[in-house]
Design a binder for this molecule. Structure first.
Ligand code: B12
Ligand code: SF4
Length: 492
């Protein structure tokens, strides 16, 4: 039986591990921030194992005495696999689990994994206290079955949180790779993500964000965010970023102040973010465009007022139409996400959504099946009404098939989604593969990438594997380039 008490001693080597299902890589900003909080106390490294490569050697060779694993509900199964492998390979290490997955299901996760601790909520202060060797029962935010639980401290002043410690990720430069996360554009150094705030005051029934960040909006100071941007530019040559806040324009005054401050900076930055339509207007759109915003992602969900009400979205189709108009007119590409299989949704509501799609002309549209994540109001409704038919979404990442039956069968939902995608087919293609991207792709092609792809195809006769080999070679080439440029910048 593993010792479930960490005792008073501090840890010498901490590994923070991200769990992902796709070979597509995104900088694990949350873990880099956590690393920044403890790097003055211990040696810390952030790992982001590629599920397709399956190589955990670097992590095991690091010989951590504390392993922190981060996952969401939809990556929980992969997290358990990784946990079992690492626990066997590192028998004397201690294990803590954190992230939205453990936070919304702390009891079940503790029972399933039996770790030393589950960290509930924001991890910065809790992890620091664990690393300092405080007895676990005294650390707020630590959950263990059968022990008293005190919620962790909310960090009200976000400027207290240090900037992400990119240097704690051994192959960080590999993440600075084109095309980046802004559709239809190509950035040689990729598009790192920045979080400028936490907390959202809205009540959407499918959302569990408040369990992590509360319903009170907290924003970093504009200057604090600019420091992160300047560092990314000066050290890594970044030209574009993506803001991953739930709602970038809450409150709109913060977004305005940020844009005005950005315009006073001596460089130009290209960026994208997520906005709510009820807080977006033509003036803000124009100002954001002037400050470099080229893409806004908008959770439209439905074209039916009745469905929006059932989801407690707090927005109307009219507001959505006005916001899309404002974005198009300002020259910002508005991207839309919609939900399929909502409560109270009938064929008339689907028709209203189709009409709205035609009216607002999103530059790119995505259609998701509605998933009831634990901790959300929808999850309670789904359980109470017997809507949930399939819980396997815990292992599947991007959710590609329905899991509930409310008014439509699974087959009908698949058909509805297919018809939606048909409606936006060309527009989606144009939003994604612009001439600019095609030209940049051609220019970036290197014989080594083509050779890697051909070799893999020869071996497996599988086009997907060949594409993946190409992408790995591309990342490696850009990673080497970014590392080289970084050392040149650092040289006196
Ligand atoms: C950016 C984002 C994405 C991005 C990138 C995700 C990524 N892995 O980097 C993309 C677009 C890919 C994405 C996709 C999806 N996402 Co998403 N996403 C977010 C978003 C907006 C921000 C995530 C983030 O970086 N937050 C900032 C950091 C600082 O917070 P954090 O990760 O929670 O970390 C803190 C704590 O959790 C804790 N912590 C985290 N890890 C660890 C580890 C240890 C050891 C410790 C001690 C502490 C700790 O400390 C951190 C600092 O305080 C959140 C909403 C949100 N507000 O968080 C949704 C969210 C995480 N996504 C969600 C969902 C549902 C999805 C999708 C399933 C959507 C879909 N329908 O396909 C997919 C699934 C992707 C996948 N393969 O897993 C849900 C998750 C619900 C759940 N129960 O799991 C959220 C909460 C949104 C919501 N409204 O409900 N997402
Ligand atoms: S879905 Fe977005 S707007 Fe709605 S409550 Fe969650 S974070 Fe807020």
């Amino acid at each position: 039986m593993h010792n479930n008490h960490l005792g008073m001693s501090a840890f010498q080597r901490v590994a923070l591990v991200n769990v992902r299902l796709e070979s597509r890589q995104r900088i694990p900003v949350n873990l880099l921030v956590l690393a920044a909080c403890i790097k003055d106390r211990t040696r810390v490294t952030v790992f982001d194992p590629d599920p397709d490569q399956g190589d955990l050697r670097g992590l095991v060779e690091f010989q951590p005495d504390l392993v922190g694993i981060s996952f969401m509900t939809q990556t929980a199964l992969r997290a358990k696999e990784l946990y079992d492998i690492l626990r066997a390979a590192l028998p004397s290490a201690h294990f803590v689990l954190g992230g939205v997955g453990p936070t919304v299901e702390k009891e079940a996760v503790f029972e399933r994994f039996r770790p030393d601790a589950v960290v509930v909520g924001e991890g910065e202060k809790t992890l620091r206290r664990i690393v300092d060797g405080e007895p676990l029962d005294q650390v707020p935010g630590v959950y263990r079955t059968g022990r008293p639980f005190t919620p962790g401290e909310v960090i009200w002043n976000l400027d207290e949180i240090p900037l992400p410690a990119y240097e704690c990720m051994p192959d960080f430069e590999k993440y600075l790779c084109p095309p980046g996360g802004i559709r239809g554009k190509w950035f040689d150094a990729g598009t790192p993500m920045i979080m400028t705030g936490r907390g959202c005051p809205y009540q959407c029934t499918f959302c569990s964000s408040h369990l992590m960040f509360t319903r009170k909006v907290r924003r970093r100071s504009v200057d604090n965010v600019l420091q992160e941007i300047r560092r990314l530019r000066n050290e890594y040559g970044i030209e574009a970023v993506h803001f991953l806040d739930d709602t970038f324009n809450a409150p709109p005054s913060w977004a305005r102040n940020f844009c005005e401050a950005l315009l006073r900076e001596p460089y130009r930055l290209t960026w994208g973010c997520q906005v709510r339509v009820n807080l977006f207007d033509p003036d803000l759109a124009r100002l954001m465009r002037k400050a470099g915003c080229v893409q806004v992602d908008i959770g439209v969900e439905s074209g039916s007022p009745k469905v929006l009400k059932a989801l407690k979205k707090g927005e109307t189709p009219e507001q959505t139409a006005a916001a899309f108009r404002a974005a198009h007119e300002a020259g910002i590409a508005p991207m839309a996400t919609f939900l399929v299989g909502c409560p109270e949704e009938t064929m008339e509501d689907i028709e209203l959504t189709r009409q709205l799609v035609k009216r607002i002309k999103p530059s790119f549209s995505e259609f998701y099946f509605l998933i009831p994540f634990p901790g959300s109001e929808l999850f309670e409704q789904a359980t109470a009404n017997g809507w949930l038919k399939d819980r396997s979404y815990e292992g599947r990442g991007m959710v590609d098939r329905p899991v509930m039956e409310i008014n439509f069968t699974m087959e009908q939902q698949v058909e509805i989604r297919r018809a939606y995608f048909q409606l936006v087919g060309w527009r989606n293609l144009a939003g994604f593969v612009s001439l600019n991207v095609l030209w940049a792709m051609m220019k970036s092609l290197r014989p080594s990438m083509v050779a890697a792809a051909l070799k893999e195809f020869w071996k497996t006769r599988n086009l997907r594997d060949a594409m993946q080999a190409y992408v790995h070679a591309l990342r490696a080439a850009y990673g080497r380039r970014a590392a080289q440029q970084r050392s040149q910048r650092a040289a006196p």
